[in-house]
Design a protein around this ligand. Structure first.
Ligand code: F6R
Length: 608
């Protein structure tokens, strides 16, 4: 949830840290801070508020001058956003930045108080700084870190400065991401690669409990016992431009516009000789034939992608699919066994609940398949099989392109499963694959109608609540459209299966309430239209997202957005979602909200 960075080298450290934090601000933005060795003393500047506040503070207070330091951008968990609760935290000899949650911080705090330590913040992180100090003796930082790692429960990625070593940055992680950037006589730590991509594409992945000590002339790695280990340097496939706005006013809009390209790239990475082929990762036809049931376990938008998958897989391949919110799945004592496939869908690959769902599924003997956007993430590495979606870095908090590539991959899985299990023949498989290959054009056609979405948004700016309704794939997509809208506009929105509204929720419909009706599925169209008319009769303003040729009775629809006929019904969510994303985006902007950083949220939810 928080973002951490660290640097040692010849550059102006404060600049490098601030640059890195800017790239990580999507992980949290309620406060920020840096600590840099200046003339062998640690100088810390931190403040409540977005990074812009931090920049102002550095201008007024003066930027620490030095070449070695750590930085943090926070999403508050323990203690409100305030100057005092901001990181870095220090107790004099040790200064740290922390991402994660220390579950046993209360008992450690009691212990440390008994030993004479005093605390000024409400955070769990300050406890780590004190505990490191407690174990620090004989000028041996490594021993202090290994002792502390053994004591901490929960998740952590720590960047650590020891006052006695002004030429070193230490770092360690457990269940929170941390990557070491390897430059030319300069080293970086970061929660995510874009933070140092500008300086180097080479990186080392730290595993749980591994420690790095970075000095200007080298980085050394150690295990939890303090024994030196060898690590492999890898090269990132992402480049700097992908992590920049490239002239768009917001990352979200840029990411919406990237969808034709990233969907095409993702499809191409899987389609071989005109059909989806997953054999490279061991997801073979034989394996597919042996599956009894499928579970899709994920959170938020990724879970909504799972609901699309359910409709696609059950319809085509006739394999029962259960979609579970990861935070429920992990504690519900699910009935899962070795004949089941559990698919974990995640953009970041770090979501704590999804990761726990993966571990549980493995314990229960099921095979696991990750559909993940971040190749080096924990979920990607821990699953039995992994399909890497190729959306590139997604910086805006609200997920857009990651969802679209997730559903593209899940459709391809549905096609291949149906073929492997004899529900469709090779010609039908080829036809479905050719159909989905039209998705980039279908998405591009929607993006051309951006102004129409903006117009619809202009009618939503002042509403207090709205509803999305749809049936089948349209219902699955309504859930995502509604989430997108509410998270970045703060308008209360609910998504309902169109036929379900009248079982209670319709009582909320008042004169003028917008109801966004997704009506793209021919097989249920008359039913959807009837449901639409029911709410219209109760005063709703109807915004229909539909196909060009759909006819409605006079005066039923107040506004309509037409989807071109480029995709068969079952695949329309790939295109329709882009209209919903644009409507949410423009409503947010017109309401004066920063859609990239909506309140209370952060990307990559590494807490339960
Ligand atoms: C909403 C959104 C979240 C994420 C969810 C899971 O726009 O982005 O709902 O989808 O937090 O995150 P990942 O996909 O990283 O596991």
């Amino acid at each position: 949830m928080c973002g951490i960075v660290g640097y040692i080298g010849k550059r102006d450290c404060a600049d490098v840290l601030m640059d890195g934090l800017e790239k990580l601000e999507y992980r949290g933005y309620d406060s920020a801070g840096i600590a840099v060795f200046e003339n062998n003393l640690i100088k810390t500047v931190k403040t409540r508020g977005k990074l812009a506040c931090m920049k102002e503070k550095l201008e007024t207070e003066g930027k620490p001058q030095g070449f070695c330091g750590i930085g943090h951008t926070r999403w508050a968990t323990h203690g409100e956003p305030s100057d005092i609760n901001s990181h870095p935290h220090s107790n004099g000899r040790v200064t740290i930045v922390h991402n994660g949650i220390i579950e046993n911080y209360a008992e450690l705090k009691t212990f440390l108080k008994e030993k004479g330590y005093a605390f000024i913040s409400q955070t769990d992180s300050e406890v780590v700084a004190c505990l490191l100090d407690y174990y620090y003796s004989e000028r041996n930082p490594l021993r202090a870190i290994t002792e502390v790692v053994k004591e901490l429960r929960g998740s952590f990625a720590l960047g650590i400065l020891f006052k006695d070593f002004p030429d070193r940055v230490y770092a360690v992680r457990k269940a929170s991401p941390l990557i070491v950037g390897v430059g030319d006589s300069e080293y970086f730590i970061a929660s995510d690669i874009p933070a140092f991509l500008k300086y180097t594409k080479n990186y080392v992945l730290l595993e749980d409990d591994e420690i790095v000590c970075m000095e200007e002339n080298g980085a050394s790695f150690f295990d939890v016992h303090g024994l030196e280990i060898k690590k492999t340097v890898q090269t990132a496939e992402w480049d700097v431009e992908q992590a920049q706005k490239q002239g768009f006013p917001h990352f979200m809009l840029k990411e919406i516009h990237e969808q034709p390209k990233v969907v095409e790239k993702t499809l191409k990475s899987i389609v071989k000789n005109g059909v989806p082929d997953f054999s490279e990762i061991g997801f073979t036809d034989e394996f597919m034939r042996g599956i009894n049931r499928i579970f899709v376990v994920a959170c938020g938008t990724a879970m909504h992608a799972g609901i699309i998958a359910r409709y696609a897989i059950e319809n085509l391949a006739r394999v029962p699919v259960t979609v579970e919110t990861a935070s429920e799945f992990r504690y519900m004592n699910p009935i899962v066994d070795k004949n089941d496939l559990v698919i974990l869908v995640s953009q970041s690959g770090e979501t704590a609940d999804t990761k726990a769902g993966l571990e549980l599924a493995k314990e229960m003997g099921a095979k696991t398949l990750a559909v993940v956007n971040v190749k080096y993430s924990a979920i990607a590495r821990a699953a039995d099989m992994c399909i890497n979606t190729l959306a590139g870095p997604e910086i805006a908090v609200a997920s857009t392109k990651a969802y679209t590539v997730q559903i593209a991959v899940l459709y391809l899985i549905a096609f291949r499963l149906a073929f492997a299990r004899g529900k469709i023949n090779e010609d039908e498989l080829k036809k479905l694959t050719a159909d989905i290959e039209k998705a980039p054009d279908a998405i591009a056609a929607i993006l051309k109608k951006e102004d129409e979405c903006k117009f619809i948004a202009s009618k939503l700016v002042n509403v207090e609540k709205l509803f999305f309704i749809g049936r089948g794939f349209d219902y699955a997509l309504s859930l995502e459209g509604s989430l997108k809208l509410k998270e970045i506009t703060y308008i209360h929105s609910e998504a309902y299966a169109a036929g379900e509204l009248k079982h209670g929720t319709i009582s909320l419909i008042e004169d003028g309430n917008p109801v966004i009706t997704l009506a793209t599925q021919e097989d249920v169209l008359p039913k959807t239209i009837s449901n639409m008319e029911e709410v219209k009769a109760r005063g709703a303003t109807i915004i229909a997202i539909t196909r060009k040729e759909t006819q409605f009775a006079e005066n039923t629809v107040d506004m309509r957005f037409d989807i071109d006929n480029l995709l068969p019904d079952a695949l329309t969510p790939l295109a329709t979602v882009c209209a919903l994303q644009l409507i949410a985006y423009y409503t947010s902007v017109l309401r004066g909200i920063d859609p990239d950083k909506p309140r209370n949220l952060a990307k990559s939810v590494t807490t339960e």
